[in-house]
Design a protein. Structure first.
Length: 311
């Protein structure tokens, strides 16, 4: 039998190594892991409970530095804790269940909202593997729209292979292209649909590396660029002026055996920033909004966060 901390470290390692990946999934995995941890530990009083849970939250938080879904999920799970040990334990577990439920509902709702913008006969280009972008595509397809998808490989981790597997399972006609083929095919595309790791206060998008080049190609070709993002992917920190840290991942992901070279290094940023000027719409569970409205989403939906930060 593993200890509660060993179980939590297992989940943290799965998130770090990307066995569990995708901004929404890591948020839900962190919420579930914190709940299990809180229900399994045996602290002697509330102070000890808070200290142990706080330590567990920090471990999860440090696994993927860019994804604000992780930070927002953890904060939502940790808020409003009771005045005694058992009520604190209970409210943490309830908050975790509530987060998971609302996160799953958001994916469904965004599917409905975003799919209304997809027309019969459209060709959609998607990058990486976003469960929320796929929800839009699936909802449009289930509504009887005749659509075709172009999916990028999404090097270096090839999340595009996960995307084509899912699309194939749904019976959606799909074409796989290398990342550098986007400009060649963009004139055949009616809309780009991508997910999000972070939306900043000014409406910019932080998403899988390569997204910003696609946005640039779409902008040049006058192709619509749609982002699918739950409200907990909006970053309150950016409202306080903070910049989003871009996760740098291992060189081996790009070139296994790179260490044999003496004069070559690999740079492997996992994400890039797409300026809001290149985004037509962000589909959230509270509506399809222009990127410029991101500030309001943070204020209205994540307002509780600001209260704690402005003294
Ligand atoms: P959903 C992924 O990051 C991709 O960048 C994807 O666009 C984003 O999370 C959102 O995914 P990674 O974990 O939450 O592959 O929409 O680095 O599933």
């Amino acid at each position: 039998m593993k200890s509660p901390m060993e179980d939590l470290l297992d989940t943290a390692e799965k998130i770090r190594s990307m066995e569990i990946r995708g901004a929404a999934l890591i948020g839900r995995a962190a919420a579930r892991a914190l709940k299990e941890f809180a229900l399994s530990i045996e602290p002697s009083d509330l102070a000890e409970f808070n200290a142990e849970v706080g330590q567990a939250a920090d471990i999860l938080l440090n696994t993927r530095p860019t994804a604000v879904s992780l930070a927002n999920a953890i904060r939502m799970v940790m808020r409003r804790r009771g005045d005694d040990l058992e009520s604190a334990r209970r409210s943490l577990a309830e908050n975790a269940d509530d987060f998971v439920e609302r996160s799953l509902l958001a994916v469904e709702r965004i599917g409905e909202i975003g799919s209304r913008r997809v027309r019969d006969g459209d060709v959609i280009l998607t990058h990486c593997n976003s469960s929320v972008a796929l929800s839009i595509i699936k909802t449009a397809f289930d509504a009887g729209k005749d659509i075709k998808v172009i999916a990028t490989e999404s090097r270096p981790r090839y999340q595009g292979h996960l995307t084509i597997k899912t699309l194939d399972g749904w019976g959606i006609t799909t074409e796989l292209v290398v990342d550098s083929a986007v400009r060649t095919v963009i004139n055949e595309v009616d809309e780009v649909i991508v997910g999000a790791d972070v939306i900043t206060a000014n409406g910019s998008l932080v998403n899988k590396i390569g997204t910003s080049q696609i946005a640039l190609a779409a902008h040049e070709a006058r192709t619509s660029f749609m982002v699918a993002a739950e409200t907990y992917k909006f970053s309150p920190e950016t409202m306080m002026g903070e910049l989003v840290p871009i996760e740098m991942r291992a060189a081996e992901e790009v070139y296994p055996g790179i260490s044999e070279f003496k004069h070559v290094r690999v740079r492997n940023p996992a994400f890039d920033v797409t300026p809001h000027q290149y985004i037509d719409v962000i589909c959230t569970e509270v509506g399809a909004i222009p990127p410029e409205m991101s500030y309001l989403v943070i204020k209205e939906m994540l307002g509780w966060e600001m209260e704690g930060r402005i003294k």
